[in-house]
Every structure is written in C-alpha cells, then in structure tokens.
Ligand binder design. Sequence first.
Ligand SMILES: *Cc1c(COP(=O)(O)O)cnc(C)c1O
Length: 364
Amino acid sequence: MSDDIRPVPQPGILDIAAYLPGKSGAAGSNAVKLSANESPLGASPKAIEAFQSAAAQLEIYPEGSSKILRTALSEVHGVDADRIVCGNGSDDLLHLIAQCYLGEGDEAVMNRYGFSVYPIITRAAGARIVLVDEINYTADVDALLAAVTAKTKIVWLANPNNPTGTYVSDAEVRRLHAGLRPDILLVIDNAYAEYVTAEDYDVGQKLVAEANNVVMVRTFSKMGLAAARIGWLVGSPELVDVLNRVRGPFNVNLPGQLAAAAATRDTEFTARLQAHNAQWRDWIAQELDSNHMHVVPSQGNFVMVLFPDAEHARLAFDTLAERGLIVREIGPSYGIEAGLRISIGSEQAMRGVVGILKALVEIS
Ligand SMILES: *Cc1c(COP(=O)(O)O)cnc(C)c1O
C-alpha cells in the first residue's frame, strides 16, 4: 500500500483560504465584541419568547419550507411567499447559489473588497473569481461590466458592502443589471439593508420582480439573531425551484424560524435598532474623521476606519483590545492593512472607542 494515495478534494478547494471570523475576548472576560456586526440591543423580546416556545417540540422535524417565516416575510415586506427561500444563515443560501449556478470553467465577478465569502464559495464550486478594482472603496459599475466575459455566470454584489460600508445607488445597480447578459445572475447581498439611510438606495426587491436574473439575499444576523442562523432570499420562480431541489430538506431549525418570524413582525424593535445605529454611526464618524484617521462613509452597522499605515492600525487594535474593546482587523482577509472595522455598539462602547483612539493620536 502506498502512503501517497489518498482522497483528493475537487479542483479549487485547496486554493481556498478559510473564512476568518471576527475575534472575541478571552472566555470569561468582559470584553465587548465589536468585530462581527452583531446587535448592540440584543434580540427582539418577541423573538426570544418565540424561540423559547420551540423548546416543547424539539423532537419534531421543522416544517421544511420555513412556511411560518416566509408568511411573515411576505406580509411585512410585500413579496410573494412562493418567491422566498430561507436558509441556515444567508451563507447557506450564498453557498447554494454558487453550487447551483457555477462549475468548472465558469467565472464569477466581484469588487476587490467585496465580502470575503464570495471567493470561497466560487472556488468551492470549481469556478474562478475575478476581482475588480474599486473607486474610493466603492464598487465601480463600469469596471464590473468591463470584467464580464463569455464565461461569466454570476456577479456578486454586497450592498451595502462589508467590510467597507459603502453602497451603490439604485440607479447604479440598475445600470449594472442593464449591462449584464440575461444569462448572468446578479446576486445582491443586502445583509445590512435595514441600516441604510441613504435616500437613493433601494433594496432591489423591485428589480427582482422585474427581471428573472436577479436575486436579493438577506439575513437576520445583523438584526439580533446571529446565533439562530437565519437567512432568506427573493428570486425568480425558476431560481427558487432550482434551490429548493438542492437545499437541505430541513435547512432552517424550528426555534430559528419562530424567532425570525416574530422578529420580522416586531417592526418597533427594528426601528429602535435602526435609530440607535444611525445616531452612533454618525457620531463615531464625526468624532474620528480627522487628519489622523479617515472614516469611510458607511451605510451599515459598522465603520471602516483607515489609519496612516498598517503599524498605526495594529497599535489601535492592540490598545483597544487591552481596554476590552475587540474590533476587526481587515488586513488578513481583505488586504486593507491600514484599516480596522468597528461595529456600532452601545453608547458606552462607542464613547470608549472614540476616547481611546483620540488619546492615541495625542501621544503618537
Ligand atoms: C454577515 C454577512 C453575511 C452572512 O450572514 P449570515 O446570515 O450570518 O450567514 C452575508 N453577507 C454579508 C455582506 C455579511 O456581512
């Protein structure tokens, strides 16, 4: 028997660098986690109550199509429930889209600092990822269109984008869509849609209704339910049919379905989160943007802060961590070595971050 012969993964898999999640403080510490864009106000109390109510039925398989949740989403967002697919987080749905629409020899196009999951799922499907330069950390529609080839099957667009926080207006998304062949799928990942305040933004739901090559992907993770792992998408009837053939038959757990349905209907809680976020996102940007730090204008529940260089960014990261505030380094995953991504947290956390970073500038 030879030691050299062993199972070999599919082409592309070994080119993948595994996803790096945001760090947490040491177990048992009181560190505040500002590294994963989680809700600073917890979950909707109604969602928590609904989650707990599932405890009496844990031995029963959940309803497989997430009907309870699709019904709530349909009512609140005004979309046809038959055009919705739910997933175990939106990552589950993004993987599913890549698996169903990409294969060897295909290409998927994305902006250079787009969400780091897209290269992973593209390569896992055996396809090639094409990275397109941005302008001021913002997706450049002309450059994205110029990168399309006969092999292109998908364009991935996070709107707003993570980790930069920048967004593309409705008019620009429509211009991007208008420039794509009808056989290319435009995936609009709206993980932060609830936090957008820009008036020329649109979540893309109208475009999905008008065109059969657009899908809008969303999540509850940034709205207080990250642990429940609930994502959802709206697409054409054909795409919904394709994904429903391949997805896990019970891909969304019952406590999560119930919690997300209750969170969907708790629009008062969503409004509170939005207002908190808008207030402190504006405040931290105003306080930090200076000669020493640039805060990239954000529409998400986080800001990307650019320091003069990688060393200053590292010093800021370490100093914040020493004081119990864990933010996100974006050098390792994204190559933005001089940047840190800071989630919008509680008032106390935001005041802490600003105080520490301003003091650092004074001593350096
Ligand atoms: C957080 C995030 C997701 C993943 O969310 P889950 O639903 O938790 O899997 C997807 N896209 C973007 C751009 C994100 O930032």
